[in-house]
Write a protein of this length. Structure first.
Length: 379
């Protein structure tokens, strides 16, 4: 079935786009110099004294959706041979937890496309022993069996991406053959499989799915889960982001409050990206239902950032909006695993974190969108 492309904005020129294909990152180019951390620094912290405790690993850049604010219909992917193995991910995770990482989130592309996902989860659980392992998924491949297998392997948290409850909007947004009903059914299956803290993320784009703000809030009540609305960010493959399409957090909240009075929930985690709210008139069936806004553009949380990212081919990005990234591939693939080579990787990670920028510059005239799209970074 031919998917009609919703007009988000003017398509960028081919040259600009091809220079930004995921492959663009595999072509070796001079890595920027790293700032050496002071010798007494033996854990992950940046030069702004922000401790780095959360690791996000994109285990693949492939996806079975083509969300219009993220990936082009004819997106190209890294060759399978360039994706790190479960053992590589687990080794990096082990070194990272030895340096202070506590939480690990597996992302993509769509991480459930990796048939070795259970092995990745299990090896990270057994070798790195983080406080928790979480997964972000579009929910289209979450069967009863796979959910039970991931849970048994050590997965503790699940976040589903769903930008529309309305099926035609779901289709025009994701350009996939899946359905909103399938994702909602996957959430129910995850609840039956024993996953307690389930969240649902929705990216809101004006003129595309902003009509879904209230239906998604109702879904939070119906499913008794947390729905978090994410402001549209300039991380799309086409570099077509347009501020006019941004629905700011205050507008999302006032739309919800037009129907549901909300009560703010203080966040236990100082580095949390989400501002959360309980429904003031809680229905008896949805005691855990809540809504939240993740507002990187209008309510930046960079000053309390605790995140580090590793890509599927082994590049390290200290910030989601890093223009620079540093590779660990050589140390991982061309040096036998040993305490010495682990120490080299650890020192490189310490220096990369020390080189972390203060934050994104989306609101500055000097803003430069990273070449690597969100689909190859992983949220
Ligand atoms: S933009 Fe960068 S510094 Fe800011 S919160 Fe995101 S990852 Fe952290």
């Amino acid at each position: 079935m031919k998917m009609e492309l919703p007009i988000l904005s003017v398509r960028p020129n081919a040259d600009a786009r091809s220079a930004r294909s995921p492959h663009a990152h595999t072509h070796p180019h001079a890595e920027p110099p790293l700032r050496r951390a002071p010798s007494h620094i033996r854990h992950l912290i940046d030069s702004f004294s922000r401790p780095i405790r959360d690791l996000r690993i994109s285990i693949t850049d492939r996806c079975n959706f083509r969300c219009v604010y993220c990936m082009e219909p004819d997106a190209r992917f890294l060759p399978h041979a360039e994706l790190l193995s479960p053992a590589h991910f687990a080794r990096l995770a082990k070194i990272c937890t030895s340096l202070g990482i506590r939480k690990i989130r597996l992302t993509g592309g769509e991480p459930t496309l990796r048939p070795d996902l259970p092995e990745i989860i299990r090896l990270i659980r057994d070798l790195a022993k983080p406080d928790e392992i979480a997964l972000t998924t579009n929910g289209s491949l979450c069967t009863d069996q796979s959910l039970l297998t991931w849970k048994a392997a050590g997965l503790s948290r699940l976040t589903f991406s769903l930008d529309a409850v309305d099926q035609s909007l779901f289709t025009s947004t994701t350009r996939s053959n899946s359905s909103a009903a399938e994702v909602i059914a996957a959430i129910r299956r995850a609840q039956s499989a024993g996953f307690s803290t389930i969240k649902l993320n929705a990216v809101i784009v004006r003129g595309l799915n902003d009509s879904q703000i209230l239906p998604l809030a109702q879904l939070a009540l119906d499913l008794n889960i947390a729905v978090r609305y994410i402001e549209y960010m300039p991380l799309d493959e086409a570099h077509a982001w347009n501020r006019d399409k941004l629905v700011p957090a205050h507008e999302i909240l006032s739309t919800i409050q037009s129907r549901h009075p909300l009560t703010p929930i203080p966040s236990p985690d100082p580095s949390s990206t989400s501002e959360n709210f309980l429904f003031s008139n809680p229905s008896t069936h949805a005691p855990s239902a809540s809504v939240g806004v993740i507002a990187p553009v209008t309510r930046s949380f960079c000053n309390r950032c605790s995140r580090l990212r590793i890509t599927a081919e082994g590049k390290v990005r200290p910030c989601l909006f890093s223009i620079n990234e540093w590779s660990l591939r050589d140390l991982l693939l061309n040096h036998a695993e040993s305490p010495d080579s682990d120490a080299l990787i650890a020192q490189r990670l310490i220096d990369i974190c020390w080189s972390k920028q203060a934050g994104h510059t989306i609101n500055a005239d000097s803003f430069q969108q990273p070449a690597r799209p969100m689909s190859a970074i992983g949220g």
